[in-house]
Design a protein around this ligand. Sequence first.
Ligand code: ATP
Length: 344
Amino acid sequence: MSETKTYPACPKVSLIEGDGIGKEISAATLRAIEAAGGKFDWEPVTAGLTALETVHDPLPQATINSISTNGLALKGPLGTPIGGGFKSVNVTLRQHFDLYANVRPAKTLAGVPSRYDNVDVLLVRENTEGLYAGIEHYVGAGRSAAESIAIITKSSSQRVIVYAFEHARREGRKKVTCVHKANILKMSNGLFLDMFRQVAKEYPDIEADDMIVDATAMRMVTNPEWFDVVVTMNLFGDILSDLTAGLIGGLGVAPAANIGEGGYAIFEAVHGTAPDIAGQGIANPTGLMLSAAMLIDHVGQTEAAARLRKGIYAALADDATRTRDLGGNANTAQFTDGVIRFME
Ligand code: ATP
């Protein structure tokens, strides 16, 4: 699994700046990483609308080759071209590199307006199957019905559940909760739950329990502090990861990692390209910076990751350095200056 891979002191990483505000938040993030002492050899590549404009392909082969070779990428937000039958680049990358675990930490950030002050949930979403297997067809004459088939396999369930427990252990977390609907979807969700119970036996040091998805949705908004690590299938993970982002102040500050076999990993901000503010120098780079901190941890440069997080948390907590989307007055550069200053 990816956890056991060791990386060189200065790993080569494919860098996709992204569209819209991507350029601004990527530049800010690279400055902050360098100041934190993160050592990387960046290889800039393009994707999304930027690549479509320059090389007429939203996911150029050169970009795929770069990620294949490097195994690691940091990615700003990408726009999907409207019309022309283009598939989402994000989805294509996930499928191409079999990035089976989508990891979405949601931790309360002092200074960021939100309803709670004690959230620290790490959501691990199975990223490759379930209803997203894309097996759909119409049934009967005149499209009178449609059928979607959700695939759950033992092997994909096992690897994502193992990832969740390994991650929990590495971060010193206490509990992993499996979220499912096995009371109704007895075979597919039942299989996922069976795999969870099997894997959990290998981790006696970590508490394991399970919860039905509807009860989870309620408890997450009434008692979010109850959750520690959550592992779940694709569709539930999609919905609940936005819910957990909402608990800490929204998608603008949420980081994510997509993890594959053999150390393959793409780290990305969860928010979109924000075309309404692109080019104005006011975008908030927190989502991408926190994703970068996950990348830095992933390659074992844990001190640099801690420094980066310390700077980000302090800059968010200070009225003078918080960005406008969070009620502050700072622009991207002023926030980044603050992040760097607060690392010390
Ligand atoms: P896309 O089409 O790429 O999804 P969008 O504008 O529809 O773009 P988001 O990019 O997620 O969706 O933006 C939603 C709102 O949040 C916009 O008003 C945008 O300006 C704001 N926003 C999103 N990300 C940031 C950010 N990093 N900093 C500041 N504002 C942001």
